[in-house]
Design a binder for this molecule. Structure first.
Ligand code: NAG
Length: 316
């Protein structure tokens, strides 16, 4: 039954729009090497994304956009809400510096080359350094969750959010979001329109500073990135910012738990001493065995634990 439905939908789709299936333009045709550039693909006969939800797992249905270089083929993630029969919007993924041809298929049917733009270079996308925002330094590089961090790099703009002002250097771009790990890093002070810090080095520069406050309580290794709108996309950090963690993973920032006090502060190393540790994010800390107790060659048994208090007993 379901197969029949799908077949019927496919026939209907082909019958309705196959004669007009084509791509007329793609913009922008250059963008960030680290993804999140939003491509707008204009044309005719694209699938109405919402109509084809008969089987969401079925990859054939809907619009598929792929960027293809001589050596790689990378999907562009379609934004359903902004896609209709004359327009597809999709977000690029991180891709090496290269020239990519754009391929589109609608309900499993690839749009043939002779229906793809008047000249093939009009249906292309090139990742370029000069539209890639960068992170050239980060400070601090470690701290408890909630730390305010400052990035220096090619940030292009000193405008944040949805306002349409030009940046003070004349560039038409805005900060959309910033992330530390999977969580937002907030550019605005709580309950206000005031930014922590977002400024260009000078009015003629693309370099500048952005500060944001981490959200979330994750303790461990994380990366920071930010996203600009227009042709720009996601930032890329210079390699020297990555440190190797004890587990061999690369990261730019390490959150840690804070221990503000241990009582009593002296006791026997022979074991049996009951300790209370006070601080923040202690459960994360102790669960990850990050406490440098091991380094001191002292073993502890954990009796009780909350975010702010832990009762431990020296067992050696
Ligand atoms: C941080 O980014 C680097 C480079 O892209 C990557 O290799 C690493 O796995 C990332 N680390 C984390 C914790 O996500």
């Amino acid at each position: 039954m379901e197969v029949k439905w799908k077949a019927a939908a496919l026939v209907l789709a082909l019958w309705c729009c196959c004669d007009a299936l084509r791509v007329t333009s793609v913009s922008p045709r250059r963008g960030s090497v680290n993804g999140a550039t939003r491509l707008t693909i204009q044309g005719d006969g694209f699938a109405q994304e919402r109509q084809f939800q008969l089987n969401p797992v079925d990859d054939m249905f809907g619009n598929r956009v792929t960027l293809v270089s001589n050596t790689l083929s990378v999907p562009c993630d379609v934004e359903r809400d902004s896609t209709h029969s004359n327009q597809i919007m999709c977000y690029t993924r991180p891709m090496p510096y290269d020239y990519y041809e754009i391929h589109v298929s609608v309900d499993g049917v690839p749009i043939p080359d002779n229906s793809m733009c008047r000249y093939s270079w009009l249906c292309s996308f090139t990742t370029v350094w000069y539209l890639t925002p960068t992170i050239e330094s980060l400070s601090p590089v470690s701290g408890p969750p909630g730390t305010l961090v400052t990035v220096y790099g090619r940030i292009f703009t000193d405008v944040y959010g949805s306002n349409t002002d030009l940046s003070s250097n004349g560039i038409n771009a805005r900060f959309l979001r910033s992330y530390m790990g999977g969580m937002p890093c907030e550019l605005l002070k709580p309950n206000s329109d005031e930014r922590y810090n977002l400024q260009l080095v000078s009015e003629s520069s693309q370099m500048g500073y952005m500060s944001c406050k981490m959200t979330g309580t994750f303790v461990g290794h994380q990366n920071l990135s930010y996203i600009l709108d227009a042709d720009f996309g996601r930032s890329q950090a210079v390699k020297k910012l990555y440190r190797v963690s004890a587990l061999g993973k690369l990261s730019m920032f390490q959150t840690f738990a804070e221990v503000t006090g241990v009582f009593p502060s002296e006791g026997s190393i022979m074991g049996g001493t009951l300790l209370t540790a006070q601080g923040r994010f202690l459960t994360k800390l102790i669960n990850q065995h990050a406490l440098s107790l091991e380094a001191c060659r002292v073993k502890f048994r954990v009796w009780t634990m909350t975010e702010s208090h832990a009762r431990l007993q020296n067992t050696r």
